[in-house]
Design a protein around this ligand. Structure first.
Ligand code: URA
Length: 191
């Protein structure tokens, strides 16, 4: 695909996603949270679903969890503008409940297409919801966070969801170690 073809496909995808009415979340959303960052990113983060702040702004990870994610990115010297940040679901589930299987089934094609167009080298799942869907069904976040898997030509791993770190700060040390590993891997693929 040429650069212009990719750009055109991206615009079509964004338009399609932002006008999506495939599931009832479209009736309660303020904004579709399509994703943000660089379309040339080597590293892509995938969270769960937008929360209140994200729904209001249309930008992923801008609330308390997002601010914590920003701190980890800063700590390991990764610029948020150089990565792409997306979610499994593009619309906010009411009261921030977990995404339903059927919502994920309907929404995942947008993420797949984002991955096809960006072609990142490394995908990092933020939390168990994305890890179970993108790495393996029986993924155990407490045991398997920070481990790299090779899947469909991508290097993929999962770290704790920043909201989990807000609930249980004891996990923060593990998170820093995982983020340092991710930065090292990123430096390797960028060589
Ligand atoms: N939590 C997520 O999983 N995604 C966001 O965008 C914000 C909070």
């Amino acid at each position: 695909m040429t650069k212009t073809e990719v750009e055109q496909k991206w615009e079509e995808l964004e338009h399609k996603c932002k006008s999506c009415t495939k599931c009832p979340l479209s009736e309660t959303r303020t904004n579709v949270v399509f994703g943000s960052g660089s379309r040339k990113a080597k590293l892509m983060f995938v969270g769960e679903a937008p929360g209140e702040k994200e729904d209001l702004s249309g930008i992923p990870f801008v609330g308390a969890a997002g601010k914590l994610l920003d701190k980890y990115l800063y700590a390991v010297d990764i610029d948020r503008n150089d990565v792409f940040i997306a979610n499994m679901l593009k619309c906010r589930p009411p009261k921030n409940r977990d995404p339903k299987e059927e919502e994920q089934d309907l929404c995942i094609e947008y993420l797949r297409e984002q991955v096809r167009l960006i072609r990142p080298k490394i995908i990092v799942c933020l939390g168990r919801i994305a890890a179970k869907r993108l790495i393996k069904e029986d993924f155990m976040i407490t045991k398997e966070h920070g481990i790299f898997f090779e899947k469909n030509g991508f290097t993929i791993c999962a770290v704790y969801h920043p909201s989990a770190l807000l609930r249980d700060p004891r996990k923060k040390e593990d998170m820093l170690v995982d983020m340092q590993k991710i930065k090292k891997k990123l430096d390797e693929v960028e060589k």
